[in-house]
Design a protein around this ligand. Structure first.
Ligand code: FAD
Ligand code: SF4
Length: 481
């Protein structure tokens, strides 16, 4: 590398792809916020990589992408090779390039951070979008069918990553999902302004081209049984996610116009996507919520994670007059991506930090009138190093609202039909895998494997991808070695 190239980061600032102007976003544009780099911009941004010799970015990336190497291939305009390299570690690179909280992962540990980190996620998206648009496909010519068959329960990122790796090993992967489309929370959760749904449709074509089969609208434990899957397949992967809603136990949470976050996002996503608003209910919510008209309304969202950010930004696009996010800790303690918080703020969301909800208040006609909150201060760190939010006596106030959305997070649950197969879970419902005498991601039933949110609890797309991929490696060991 020439000296000029090595110091390119001094001459060329970090940039992100162009964003949809804020006026369009606040008047109801649901398109993906960030556009795509053109070739010149991608090459400029890739050329900012120092090739520092100790790629902290790769280490911090949960799938350990070969980032400096694919940045080099972008500079040389070898996009198909870059796409092949991306897929060698990550079965869903174009999705991760869009939704990873890069500021906490690869870009947050870039050596250049103080000069502006290399724009890794946007280059990853550029590589894969460009390669797929120009006909690139995974090359499976050398793959020999093994005659082995594996059932995958859940078409979320964990299940899709597992299917990709099994197909590359010549194992027939058949993916079951209770929903009518693949993607899990990518499809039914994350809004289109972060991830347009055509991206998932295109990935489905890639996977089907690799021989992966989908059986959609089939719920295991309702439409068919785990016993049947074990009879029909050599092994089963469970990528069933984490859907138990954290119940804050707030007085007034059952009032009309108090909405749980995920059904709100799912219903709305179906409408934005032009689909029928009534799809299959989310487990635990057997009745679909009625989506109120948010136009001109005052909306309060309780919770400061990724889900909360998606709710506030959706409410803005639905025409709410004022959107407030109340979070019980300070801004630095917010669990989601700082980039998403900045985008929400730019779109007009008001943040109230250090506010803990006490009760949702009803007016004379039982309609929501607001949320009583108390101010908090951060106390001593708990066993996990997290400082608890302690209420400040006498600081209660009413946050006025017409609609309240509760986004306190999710945890996993072990269904009875899995417990009956010898699968064990932690006290918080996460499936236990690995440990003495078991392969990584193998449950206490040797033919059942698991990964993603069902094992980790609610986490990230990229960690679900990593676990689905690595669980496939264990299944391959069990079946072929
Ligand atoms: P899921 O994506 O939940 O997929 C599980 C699938 O299993 C579902 O399709 C479900 O229908 C199916 N299933 C479950 N039980 C059965 C059954 N019995 N029979 C058949 N099918 C079944 N992460 C990020 O990295 N970036 C983000 O920006 C981000 N935003 C988020 C926004 C929201 C609103 C939410 C809720 C989460 C967000 N996350 C984000 C987290 C991320 O989406 C999850 O960590 C990830 O999707 C987990 O993948 P998974 O495959 O384990 O589970
Ligand atoms: Fe960064 Fe996520 Fe891509 Fe890894 S997968 S390089 S963390 S954007």
């Amino acid at each position: 590398m020439s000296r000029k190239q090595a110091f390119q980061f001094l001459d060329i600032p970090r940039t992100m792809p162009r964003r949809i102007p804020v006026e369009l976003r606040t008047s109801g544009d649901w398109g993906e916020l960030y556009g795509r780099f053109d070739k010149a911009d991608a090459q400029y941004q890739a050329g900012r990589c120092l090739d520092c010799g100790n790629p902290y970015c790769s280490w911090k990336c949960p799938v350990h992408n070969a980032i400096p190497q694919w940045l080099q291939l972008v500079q040389e305009d070898r996009i198909h090779e870059a796409a092949t390299l991306c897929h060698s570690t990550n079965p869903l690179p174009e999705v991760c390039g869009r939704v990873c909280p890069q500021d906490r992962l690869c870009e947050g540990s870039c050596t250049l951070e103080e000069f502006g980190a290399v724009t890794i996620g946007a280059v990853e998206k550029y590589i894969v979008d460009t390669a797929l648009a120009s006909g690139w496909k995974p090359d499976l010519q050398a793959v020999q069918p093994t005659g082995r068959r594996v059932a995958i329960v859940g078409a979320g990122p964990a299940g899709l990553a597992c299917a990709d790796r099994l197909a590359r090993a010549g194992i027939q992967a058949v993916v079951f999902d209770r929903y009518e489309q693949i993607g899990g929370l990518l499809q039914f959760g994350i809004p289109s302004f972060k991830l347009e749904k055509s991206v998932i449709g295109r990935r489905r074509e890639v996977l089907e081209g690799m021989g992966v089969q989908f059986r959609l609208g089939v719920e295991i434990g309702r439409d068919t049984t785990i016993e049947q899957l074990q009879a029909d397949y050599d092994a089963v992967f469970l990528g069933t996610g984490a859907y138990r809603y954290t119940d804050g136990g707030l007085v007034g949470q059952d009032l009309k116009n108090v909405l749980p976050a995920l059904p709100f996002l799912v219903q709305n996503g179906r409408i934005v996507g032009g689909g029928h608003p009534q799809g299959r209910p989310i487990a635990g919510w057997e009745d679909q919520i009625a989506l109120p008209d948010l136009n001109g309304k005052r909306v309060v969202v309780l919770g400061g994670g990724d889900t909360g950010m998606d709710c506030v930004r959706s409410a803005i696009r639905l025409g709410a007059a004022r959107v407030t996010c109340a979070y019980r800790r300070d801004e630095a303690s917010m669990p989601g991506s700082a980039r998403e918080v900045a985008n929400a703020r730019e779109e007009g969301v008001r943040f109230l930090f250090n506010r803990q909800p006490l009760a949702i208040e009803a007016g004379a006609d039982d309609e929501v009138i607001g949320v009583t909150v108390v101010e908090t201060r951060l106390g001593e760190p708990d066993a996990n190093g997290r400082r608890n939010a302690e209420p400040v006596e006498g600081s209660e106030s009413l946050l006025e609202a017409d609609v309240v959305i509760i986004a306190f997070g999710f945890s996993a649950t072990l269904p009875d039909w899995l417990a009956a197969q010898g699968v064990e879970a932690t006290g918080t419902g996460r499936i236990v895998t690995g440990g003495a005498g078991r392969l990584p991601y193998q449950t206490h039933n040797p033919r059942l494997f698991a990964g993603g949110d069902a094992v980790r609890g609610a986490d990230l797309v990229v960690t679900a991808v990593a676990e689905g991929r690595d669980a496939a490696a264990s299944i391959i060991t069990l079946l072929l070695h």
